[in-house]
Design a binder for this molecule. Sequence first.
Ligand code: IPM
Ligand code: MG
Length: 391
Amino acid sequence: MEVELEQKTIALVTGDGSGPEMMAVACKIVDEAAKSYGLEIIWEETPMGWGAYHKYGDTLPPESLKRAVEIGTIFFGGVGDFENDKTIGAEKPEMKPEARALLPIRKQMGLLLNFRPMIYFPGLESLSNVKPENIPSGGVEQHFIRFLLQDSYFGNADFLGSPMVDSETMKHLGIKLKKDVKATDYQVADLAYFTGDSVRQYLYAAFKYAGALNLPLISIDKANVMARYDFWRKICNEIALEFPEVEVKHQLVDSANALLFYPGELHGVIACGNEHGDILSDGAAGALGSMGMMCSSAINPDTGAAMFESGAGTAPDIAGQDKANPIGRILTGAMMLEHLGYIEAGSNIKGAVKKALLSGYRTADIFCKGSDDPKKILGCQAMGKKILENM
Ligand code: IPM
Ligand code: MG
């Protein structure tokens, strides 16, 4: 008997560099998992990045942005590569797709919460770049939740010309838009800001998440020297009163960075501002194994709108060589299915990835000389196939 499948449209950005190769593998796996649990995905391509520039003259074609926002769920392969940055990007810096595409999507869709789980599984210590004796035998869960709006990434654009700060003051402070910055400028400033409402909404969600996972909340800040992080810590302590069951730790960002080499010290839900979260999550992925393993979702807690973007780069240096590690994109696809309510389909993918890794299969970036079997090094497609077999 044919089972009626639910249909769901998802905006697809295959992206630049190795993005299209990794996304082809990831979409296939997501399709398979979704179908087994009653969901048919209709992929609608919404081109962005340098590839889109070469076709449509814009790294963020207005129609792509419009459709992606309307659809409300985006599977995003990553944008940007150094070659185009050097040529077209040098002439038209405003076209550089990382800032042009990602930041407006995050802002327009109100993607406040950025989940980046880093899980150390027992038996997979050799994947990690941390000394094995520093990894607790029971494994470690680091659930990074990055505050994805405001902070230094949006300040200048949000405040320039706004009634809150007049243009004379902006000029006096040296605040400019990126496209207006010249190498000869005497002074350039980035305005970093938090609003109480957003930080409160964000930290409330982080506490709830920590409570649900029965993990401590580790709040990252720089309250010893920075006003916005003093503000952050005060709000954190206020909200903590509403969650007496959640243990709270405050960790300064610089020392948190050192603790990435002692993963057990950061076992918990890790709440961090936009800029701190960007930096720490790359470090955490490098410690765990490779940037290619990072998975990431960005969610609007009010509307459910979401973007699933691995958070890692596009590996342009190995593009077209079938060498890139697709695991980050695949796990990001699992997060997407979970967000859509297909929890088991997501678990199915995660289990299949774990099985492939526990059976010793590796892409080149996570291969460890000495402990791994060189015969089990797989390319992008073969790794995808191996994971599909395990599902
Ligand atoms: C990430 C990326 C982006 C960010 C860039 C590409 C704008 O590094 O998602 O971590 O800084 O947020
Ligand atoms: Mg980053």
